[in-house]
Design a protein around this ligand. Structure first.
Ligand SMILES: [Ca+2]
Length: 232
């Protein structure tokens, strides 16, 4: 009997210690965030999103198909299509288009974001459009360099609605990855399927830290942009 009481107590204490450790870790992390300047925090946020992309198996917001490679002094991105985009219009469809931007913004400040044409009234848009960005190999190899694809639903009278986002690390695309030989067109290149995501964590620690920086325009603009991407 005593043995079981002992075992129970032991397990209970282990459980309590685990909880304490988790709490301590969260507090420690918050402190770190508060010590990090805004640009660094935004970078951290996107690094986490890139991790989310790798671990997201759910296709509830649809799937985006793209291809990308680097050659000489340009990054070529092809947006092929999307399937099962979420319906955002009263007619049960969306008018999807994709915005393509390079991150971190500090590294790719000279590259304006680009976007596809709007495909009207469909949840399975075919884009088949190519985009070129003037960048160097060194820029593509910066830690955390990535492409952000944002799928939006175009609206005529109101603001466009957010349909989903996806991230692609530049470090391992053909032409940037050291194992790849030189490549100069999309022919034979593997299609990358990216599960579209929404931010599910309404209490994201980085967003909350940035939101508390009330006098910081960069922080406020970023939080405002991200809030539209949090799932309802
Ligand atoms: Ca629409």
């Amino acid at each position: 009997m005593l043995k079981y009481v002992y075992l129970f107590l032991h397990q209970y204490l282990c459980y309590e210690i685990c909880l304490l450790e988790a709490t301590y870790w969260r507090v420690e992390q918050r402190l770190q965030y508060h010590k990090t300047e805004t640009e660094g925090l935004i970078h951290l946020y996107y690094l986490q999103r890139l991790q989310d992309q790798l671990s997201t198996e759910s296709i509830e917001y649809g799937v985006l198909s793209v291809r990308a490679y680097f050659n000489h002094d340009s990054l070529c991105v092809e947006v092929l299509n999307a399937r099962d985009v979420i319906p955002l219009d009263p007619n049960g469809f969306s008018d999807p288009f994709v915005i393509i931007e390079l991150l971190p913004r500090k590294v790719f400040a000279h590259c304006a974001e680009q976007q596809t044409n709007v495909q009207k009234k469909t949840l399975h848009p075919m884009f088949d459009e190519c985009f070129e960005f003037s960048v160097t190999l060194e820029q593509c190899r910066v830690e955390g360099a990535m492409i952000l694809f944002t799928v939006m639903d175009h609206d005529v009278l109101t603001f466009n609605d957010f349909a989903g986002e996806a991230f692609l690390a530049l470090g391992n695309i053909p032409g940037v990855d050291e194992n790849n030989t030189s490549i100069d067109n999309f022919h034979g290149l593997k299609t990358v399927e990216l599960n579209l995501m929404h931010q599910k964590n309404k209490n994201h620690a980085i967003l909350q830290t940035l939101e508390s920086r009330t006098g910081d325009k960069m922080a406020q603009d970023f939080v405002k942009k991200q809030k539209q991407r949090i799932s309802a």
